[in-house]
Ligand binder design. Structure first.
Ligand SMILES: Nc1ncnc2c1ncn2[C@@H]1O[C@H](COP(=O)(O)OP(=O)(O)OP(=O)(O)O)[C@@H](O)[C@H]1O
Ligand SMILES: [Mg+2]
Length: 323
């Protein structure tokens, strides 16, 4: 993966942006490869939007460099802009205009020929499921409709690289899933996507690779599955009758270190992972322990986050469940 880094669609080197005393972004290095969905995960104030604003030429870095679509974000800002689509977290759109009008305006801004504009606007409205609402004022749109329109607006000029800053924050689970599907579809058609999120589940489900950002620093980076595996062995939880607890504990502790669990449940960090579950079951059986319930819990991205930062990501409870 690293051998493609020079030509990768997004490369940031030692990027920093300070606001007075505040080191919003503090020396980050980042490579997003062609065709990836890259998730930038972090809590409020971590520096996500600041990075996005630098990469999309809206803000100059204090130091460091970044190239997007092969162009320098400071020295070649125009070329960068022509190759990217952006849906910002705080995009200001005129609520009195209709979805169709806003798309037409965007097409004008990107120099799309007048005879192509109508077709393009209608295609995009169709694509994000807003055809029926095309002529309604945006002030009447729901949150989910607004985010879908933001996405359509960012796609007018068919960008190779797409930036989405918290595209699903505040959306209900259904709207969130719809947006995920659309992002996956765009990605499968070849668009490289960088999105920021505060939702663990979103990073886990949607992103090929993620970076965890905290206080302007990238504290972990990799595939969600690799990051989770790196935190440690999965926890095997079992429930047995009260009388057999001690016996079960003796059996389990041969398979790894015992872990703290809720009262009445035994947990062991299972060395070797899922492949060894059958072996544990056999050992319990041989010891005549009757297992009432058994489950294997893989480490979650929340565990990865906690391991990296020393605290749990707030709002994780609001994260949507996988469809
Ligand atoms: N224009 C600015 N002037 C001063 N400080 C700023 C400015 N923009 C951002 N900051 C500060 O930089 C830090 C990072 O902000 P940023 O908006 O990048 O965070 P974020 O990860 O996008 O957070 P959120 O999830 O809330 O959107 C914060 O402490 C913020 O207050
Ligand atoms: Mg932000």
């Amino acid at each position: 993966m690293n051998n493609t880094s020079n030509t990768a669609p997004i490369v940031a080197e030692n990027l920093s942006r300070h606001f007075g005393e505040v080191k919003a972004v503090d020396g980050i290095n980042l490579t997003v490869n062609q065709g990836e969905i890259f998730g930038f995960l972090g809590p409020n104030g971590a520096g996500k939007s600041t990075v996005v604003r630098i990469l999309t030429t809206l803000l100059r870095p204090t130091s460091g460099t970044a190239r997007v679509a092969g162009f320098d974000v400071v020295k070649q800002a125009d070329q960068v802009r022509r190759n990217i689509g952006v849906a910002l977290q705080d995009a200001a759109i005129d609520p009195l205009m209709s979805g169709y009008e806003l798309l037409e305006l965007q097409a004008v801004l990107y120099g799309i020929a007048a005879n192509k504009m109508k077709q393009r606007a209608n295609e995009l409205l169709e694509r994000v499921g807003l055809t029926a609402a095309a002529d309604r004022r945006v002030s009447t749109y729901s949150g989910g409709m607004r985010r879908r329109l933001d996405l359509a607006l960012s796609l007018v000029h068919q960008p190779a690289v797409l930036f989405l800053d918290e595209p699903t924050t505040g959306l209900d689970p259904m709207s969130r899933l719809t947006l995920w599907e659309e992002v996956r579809r765009l990605n499968s058609e070849g668009t490289t996507v960088m999105l920021t999120t505060q939702y663990l589940e979103e990073a886990d489900q949607l992103a090929d690779r993620i970076a965890i950002i905290d206080h302007g620093h990238i504290v972990r980076e990799g595939k969600p599955s690799d990051l989770k595996r790196s935190v440690g062995d999965p926890t095997l939880l079992i429930n047995v009758s009260r009388q057999q607890m001690d016996q079960a504990k003796v059996v389990l502790s041969a398979f790894g270190d015992m872990r703290p669990t809720a009262e009445g449940t035994l947990g062991v960090g299972l060395k070797g992972g899922a492949e060894r579950v059958a072996e544990v079951v056999r050992a319990l059986d041989e010891a005549k322990v009757v297992v009432e319930h058994l489950e294997l819990n893989q480490p979650s991205l929340d565990d990865v986050f906690a391991d990296a930062t020393g605290y749990r990501l707030e709002g994780a409870d609001n994260a949507p469940q996988a469809g």
